[in-house]
Ligand binder design. Structure first.
Ligand code: ADP
Length: 527
């Protein structure tokens, strides 16, 4: 019988008995198992010889002892050693327990019957034991596979972007398949981005790239053992998600001669599917994020344009009107009117100057171009400078500054903090009735210098305390109650927050008991 036929018959038997040869259930040296079967029968013989001394122990019991031995050999060592045990048992019974006169023809026939029974028991028990062991092995493998998949999906869920995901997949798949792994991500039609094991990444020559591109395009497995490029040492698996192929998984097993079993192939496909879905999810999230940023940028640009065009045009119109009236030779202007017109040109030019200054500050803050040059400063000097610069806006106000004499010097950029104070003072003047008082308080606690600018205006509408620091946000409540001309761009407080934060500090707003708002900021006292 040639080997092909032998293999066919053995496969048919396996199928009949429900045995899967692909599962390596017995390990170790096979010869040792036969030796153990021999020893078991030797032990049975010894036990039986001792027991035959007892009066009630007949030949039936001897056979039972051997049966037990055969069952043991069948369970522990499988069919081959169990058959050997059966043969040895019949020989041992004949030699040690049957009288020699019994070696007759009928005894030979009886021997055959005993041997046949023992063979059947050995075969049935060993096959049952083998199947039970295989079931247990299968269950163990399934559990290990589920654990591996769970561990990978947990890491994939925790990854922040597609690169991170690819790295997690490379590690888990590499461990599970004892292979070097790389993931090639296709970045929206651009070149493939390679992430993975150094060895496989550095070995990605043009030929390898070509196979990867083929895999991506045809969405089929390629390389090692596959139909396309079967002689490559690396396997290329397309990562296919709902929108199409998102990349390629490259796998180079450490044992270069062994092909993947059907079970491993299925598992690898599951790993690839999980990775593909996770990568697609990350790419979608990324695209959604970018789209949102674009919308926000667009909104911001529109808001800036409308705000700036309105705020630039109003003072320009006023300047234009006043200047043309002054220039018009046909109209005789008295000295007071001339002075008023000149004053309005001066005020509006100042307003324009402030607006342009704010816009420049904002742009610098946004682009991260603000350099904080901290120096140890006494705070009353900074307040003095700010009050002097905001003087035109504070005209007619009672401004009190409560600064303790022992207030420690603080490390700050005087120019930036002066600007913060000016913005807060101008707001306090802008959003309160003319003539109402403004207070400045400064104090120091263990690690911060705290400054408050308080007024007696309408205060801040509930819920607006945070939002008034947002770019271009202008609260309506305050505008309705304020009586001064409160034109603005909604940038002043945003700039304050940017400058305070650039110092490592924070700024906040609250309403005061008895009416009015307090804007406070804290700057760290230690560098
Ligand atoms: P702008 O003054 O140009 O509107 P800001 O960023 O300085 O921009 O202020 C944002 C909003 O915060 C203002 O529109 C105003 O409604 C509110 N606000 C600022 N300061 C005060 C204040 N002292 N009292 C009441 N509301 C204020």
């Amino acid at each position: 019988m040639n080997t092909t036929w032998r293999r066919r018959i053995s496969r048919a038997f396996d199928r009949l008995l429900g045995i899967d040869r692909a599962l390596p259930v017995r390990r170790g040296v096979l010869l040792a198992q036969y030796v153990w079967a021999f020893l078991v029968i030797a032990l049975c013989t010894q036990i039986s010889r001792i027991m035959t001394g007892a009066p009630a122990f007949g030949l039936d019991n001897v056979v039972m002892v051997y049966m037990l031995g055969i069952v043991l050999a069948a369970i522990r060592y499988g069919p081959g050693p169990a058959m050997l045990a059966a043969v040895l048992a019949v020989i041992a019974i004949n030699i040690f327990f049957l009288p020699h006169s019994a070696f007759t023809l009928s005894a030979g026939a009886q021997n055959l019957v005993t041997l046949g029974a023992m063979f059947i028991i050995a075969a049935v028990i060993s096959v049952l034991a083998l199947r039970a062991r295989q079931q247990a092995e299968l269950a163990r493998r399934r559990e290990r596979r589920a654990d591996a998949l769970y561990a990978m999906s947990r890491d994939l869920a925790g990854a922040v972007d597609a690169d991170d995901l690819a790295r997690a997949a490379v590690q888990h798949i590499g461990d599970e398949f004892d292979s070097r792994v790389a993931v090639l991500l296709s970045e929206r039609g651009e070149k493939l981005l390679i992430i993975g094991d150094d060895e496989i990444v550095s070995g990605m020559d043009e030929a390898a790239q070509r196979i990867a591109e083929w895999t991506l395009e045809h969405r089929q497995w390629a390389g090692r053992g596959a139909e396309h490029e079967p002689h490559s040492d690396t396997l290329y698996i397309p990562l296919i998600a709902s929108r199409g192929a998102v990349g390629v998984l490259c796998l180079r097993p450490a044992a270069s001669d062994r092909a993947l079993s059907a079970e491993q192939t299925a598992l690898l496909q599951t790993f690839a599917n999980q990775t593909a879905l996770a990568v697609e999810r990350a790419q979608l999230a990324d695209e959604a994020g970018q789209a949102q940023v674009q919308v926000q940028t667009e909104q911001l640009r529109n808001a800036l344009l409308s705000s700036v065009s309105h705020d630039l045009r109003t003072p320009l119109t006023a300047i234009n009107g006043a200047a043309s009236a002054l220039l018009d030779g046909d109209i005789a202007l008295d000295a007071t009117t001339r002075r008023d017109l000149t004053q309005s040109i001066y005020d509006e030019a100042n307003r324009l100057n402030r607006l342009v200054g704010n816009l420049l500050d904002m742009t610098r803050l946004e682009s991260g171009n603000v350099q904080v040059r901290k120096e140890w400063q006494l705070f009353d000097e900074v307040i003095g400078a700010a009050l002097a610069r905001a003087e035109p806006q504070l005209a007619g106000r009672a401004v009190t500054a409560d600064i303790p004499a022992d207030l420690p010097a603080a490390p700050l950029d005087a120019a930036l903090i002066e600007q913060v104070l000016i913005n807060l003072l101008e707001n306090a003047a802008k959003y309160t009735p003319p003539g109402s008082p403004i207070e400045i308080h400064a104090r120091a606690d263990a690690d911060a210098l705290i400054v408050e600018v308080s007024d007696r205006g309408a205060g801040i509408a509930p819920g607006d305390e945070e939002r008034i620091f947002d770019k271009f946000y202008r609260a309506n409540g305050a505008r309705a109650d304020a009586t001064s001309t409160e034109r603005g761009s909604g940038l002043g407080l945003t700039i304050c927050r940017g400058m305070v934060q650039a110092h490592g500090g924070r700024i906040w707003a609250s309403n005061r008991a008895g009416g009015g708002a307090t804007f406070a900021f804290a700057l760290p006292l230690r560098e």
